[in-house]
Design a binder for this molecule. Structure first.
Ligand code: TPP
Ligand code: SF4
Ligand code: MG
Length: 771
């Protein structure tokens, strides 16, 4: 067995034949579409991804294209971005071409994997539609995500418009796979501004030209090569670790010379030129503005106007952020008297964002350079950058050039004082426990069985209970999440503190400064809510033990999550379950990632259509069966696990009453609640009841509870003589209509067989005295 070291890499270089302009055609495409088109043309082996706005469309477009037979890329939905990055790493180690796309928190969640991949020198391409990082959560564009990736050892190419997104995706493959480089590559473009706005772009109309530009992926050592066994990622200590980093640094340096050559080849093919440092009107400029990506194009228009007035101004914008083009900046700024460098993200406390700090560092090494630098943070959270803003940037630099002084070296541009005193605004006044706590459910333990029994007040009485969520939130008409929450809140007594993971129910109830929550509410991103709530629960008990919180305080802690949150957040939720914190986790399962545009979740059933499991001649919808989350939690030996549906309110409310008892007295409770999503199930707003009923009567979604390890069916369609085939349910929804065609008969048979198997298992557990 050998240990793979970089020096053992074969030195074969892949040079494409030099070629003239190749055949291209005009398309009208957004940045995300351009990235997907390029992926199709590259013919990646595999894409690992996890949906996050605004980059999700890359995977969605590829799913659509795949359903139409346009490519054969294996599309693997990760359980989160960390998982997706791991999938990509493994796949890239396997020797094929690999793609990923993400944004914002997704990049941060994947970040841990990025140095691993760069450190072991495994190329792939990652598209980033740059977006503000949380918190607070904001889906629009800035560069706070990409700045976190600058120290990971990945090459970073910048694309300021959809055309550049398309072109850079080809350059990225070539650069990363170059044997002197052998590094993974990021292509970053601005969220929404570039990812979503359509432009005319030229795309290749000659697959042969693309193939000869890209060449074959070189044969890097791979664990799939069992003829040459090797260790990948050996534990490394002094002095090897530092030497490994030297090699990584040398690879970055090698990229400095490889990148312009690849760009030149691309130019010869396409006629489009990408200098490493894009400089506009800089030949005789005395004043410059330096900006990254789309904002630079705005500044160019302003520069034209100022030039027309006789002012010698220019614009600099790097097309490559890693390796950083220090020498080119030195050259371009040598005769510039002052420059304003704009950063769409701050490096808090450093006196500037990364771009301005690096420009300062670059010119500081040049004794001939006297350029005054002004750092300005602009455009955070997607705040627009207009020509007038660029004008102010030029004005600042012009003043500094004239006076030789920089009055304010660092400031935020475009921030307003806001409205002091304008805090969160509830839709209705906050509500106290006494107002909402009516004894709607009476819980008592049966002394002989040890199980809880619940007596419910009649449903009509519930209508008199004021709600802990104010009306007027932004959910779609007919959305099932809110009837579910109302049923839950009707039964819960006393003080309740809720944590909502990211998802529809969270997004539509809080939009600063408004909030629909009338009780204490916390949001954490859907990968980590359970850990956060468990920390709060522990603090509550500890402070009570220390006498800092009165013994009379009696809070129930509830986490609300979508089914997607039980994919990406599964680890922390299982962690909380294994620690058995006294809290309730309620999952409203609408069978997909609905707030981000209905992508598949692991709870999406087999064959169902989502925006990442499209349907067409080459794709029949989702390719694997739904996750049985309730059984996963059952394996944690919790005091209480249940399934329920908003369509069976009394059953649901009985279970919630039990859940509150167990969460207060014994430990963690998990409940999975089937919840109607008319928008993405493609059903009428008012058809919730029959559709949910059909899902339950087909035994696809059994209603049961597991109390101290004993399973009890709370509704048995067999016993009620209401059992129907799953096709009776599938025919009711737009998202599954395609399954009823003869071509998809095998998929329906598969769903039926898996439903029957799981139902038989639950029934056997129900009948068994120990299970
Ligand atoms: C780390 C991270 N990845 C991705 C996202 C984007 N995102 C937010 S909510 C969501 C889907 C939520 O799905 P689910 O939990 O089922 O709730 P639903 O929207 O269906 O109600 C996604 C993909 C994010 N905010 N953070
Ligand atoms: S998309 Fe679906 S889950 Fe989200 S608010 Fe609309 S109906 Fe509700
Ligand atoms: Mg969902």
């Amino acid at each position: 067995m050998t240990t793979q070291s970089l020096s053992s890499v074969p030195t074969r270089t892949v040079e494409s034949a030099s070629m003239g302009l190749v055949r291209q055609k005009l398309e009208f495409r957004s940045g995300n579409e351009a990235a997907a088109l390029a992926a199709c043309d590259v013919g990646y082996h595999l894409m690992g991804y996890f949906p996050i706005t605004p980059s999700t469309e890359v995977a969605e477009n590829l799913s659509k294209m795949q359903s139409e037979g346009m490519h054969e890329i294996v599309m693997v939905a990760g359980d989160g971005e960390h998982g997706a990055a791991g999938i990509c790493y493994g796949a890239a180690l396997g020797g094929g071409r690999v793609l990923n796309a993400t944004s914002s928190q997704g990049l941060l969640y994947a970040l841990e994997q990025l140095p691993v991949q760069a450190g072991t020198r495994v190329p792939m391409v990652l598209n980033i539609a740059a977006r503000a990082v949380s918190g607070p959560l904001d889906i629009r564009g800035d560069h706070s995500d990409i700045y976190y990736a600058l120290n990971t050892g990945w090459i970073v190419l910048c694309a300021r418009d959809p055309q550049a997104v398309y072109d850079m995706n080809f350059a990225a493959v070539r650069i990363g796979e170059h044997l002197d480089v052998r590094l993974p590559v990021i292509v970053v473009y601005d969220g929404f501004i570039t990812s979503h706005q359509k432009r005319r772009i030229q795309v290749f109309d000659d697959p042969q030209a693309v193939r000869s530009f890209l060449g074959e992926r070189p044969d890097f050592p791979s664990p799939l090569d069992t003829e040459h066994p090797a260790t990948f990622g050996a534990y490394m200590n002094d002095p090897d670790l530092i030497n490994n980093k030297v090699q990584l640094s040398q690879a970055m340096e090698a990229a400095r010379s490889v990148i312009p050559k690849v760009f030149a080849e691309l130019e010869a093919m396409t006629g489009r030129s990408y200098p490493v440092l894009d400089s506009y009107l800089m030949d005789d400029a005395e004043v410059a503005v330096v900006l990254l990506n789309s904002a630079a194009e705005t500044a160019k228009e302003t520069a034209d106007e100022l030039r027309a007035k006789g002012l010698r101004v220019g614009v600099l914008s790097p097309n490559v952020l890693r390796p950083f083009s220090s020498e080119l900046f030195r050259q371009q700024l040598r005769s510039v008297k002052a420059a304003t460098v704009g950063d769409r993200a701050d490096s808090y406390g450093a006196g500037g964002g990364n771009l301005s700090l690096e420009v300062r560092a670059a010119i500081q090494e040049d004794p001939q350079n006297g350029t005054r630098i002004l750092s300005r943070i602009y455009g955070l959270g997607g705040k627009d950058f207009y020509a007038a803003d660029a004008g102010q940037f030029f004005e600042l630099a012009l003043e500094a050039a004239a006076s030789g002084e920089v009055a304010i070296p660092f400031a935020y541009h475009g921030a307003t004082p806001g409205q002091p005193g304008r805090g969160a605004r509830p839709g209705l006044a906050p509500i106290r426990a006494e107002e909402v706590s009516r004894p709607m459910a009476h819980v008592r333990r049966n002394a002989s069985t040890g199980r809880l029994e619940v007596e419910l007040e009649p449903l009509w009485k519930m209508t008199s209970v004021p709600n802990r969520i104010a009306p007027g939130h932004g959910a779609c008409p007919g959305c099932g999440a809110f009837p579910t929450l109302h049923q839950v809140y009707n039964v819960l007594q006393g003080d309740v503190v809720v944590l909502f993971q990211t998802g529809c129910a969270m997004v539509v109830t809080t939009g600063y400064p408004s909030t629909a929550h009338r009780i204490n509410y916390i949001h954490n991103l859907f990968q980590n809510g359970a850990a956060t709530l468990s920390g709060l629960v522990e603090m509550y008990h500890e402070r009570m033990r220390r006498g800092e919180v009165p013994e009379s305080k009696d809070i129930t802690f509830v986490m609300i999550s979508g089914d997607g949150g039980m994919d990406i957040g599964m680890g922390p939720a299982i962690g909380a379950a294994n620690r058995n914190h006294r809290m309730i986790i309620l999952e409203y399962d609408n069978q997909g990632y609905m707030n981000t545009g209905a992508q598949l979740s692991y709870s999406t059933p087999f064959g169902h259509r989502t925006s990442t499991s499209e349907v067409g001649a080459s794709l029949p919808g989702k390719r694997y069966h739904h996750k049985d989350t309730a059984q996963i939690f059952a394996a944690c030996h919790l005091p209480y696990v249940f399934t329920a549906s908003e369509g069976y309110p009394e059953d649901l409310m009985r279970k919630v009453a039990k859940a509150q008892f167990y969460a207060k007295n014994e430990g963690l409770v998990y409940g999975k609640i089937l919840s109607y999503c008319p928008l993405n199930w493609k059903v009428a707003d008012d058809s919730g009841q029959p559709v949910l009923q059909a899902a339950i009567d087909s035994c696809f979604f059994p209603l049961y509870e597991i109390e101290h390890g004993h399973t009890t069916l709370t509704y048995d369609p067999d016993a009620a003589d209401r059992r129907h085939p799953v096709s009776d349910w599938l025919k009711l929804m737009g998202k599954t209509k395609h399954l009823l065609t003869p071509a998809n008969a095998a998929v329906v048979t598969g769903i039926q067989a898996e439903t029957d198997r799981r139902w038989a298992r639950i029934k056997a557990m129900h009948e068994h005295p120990l299970l």
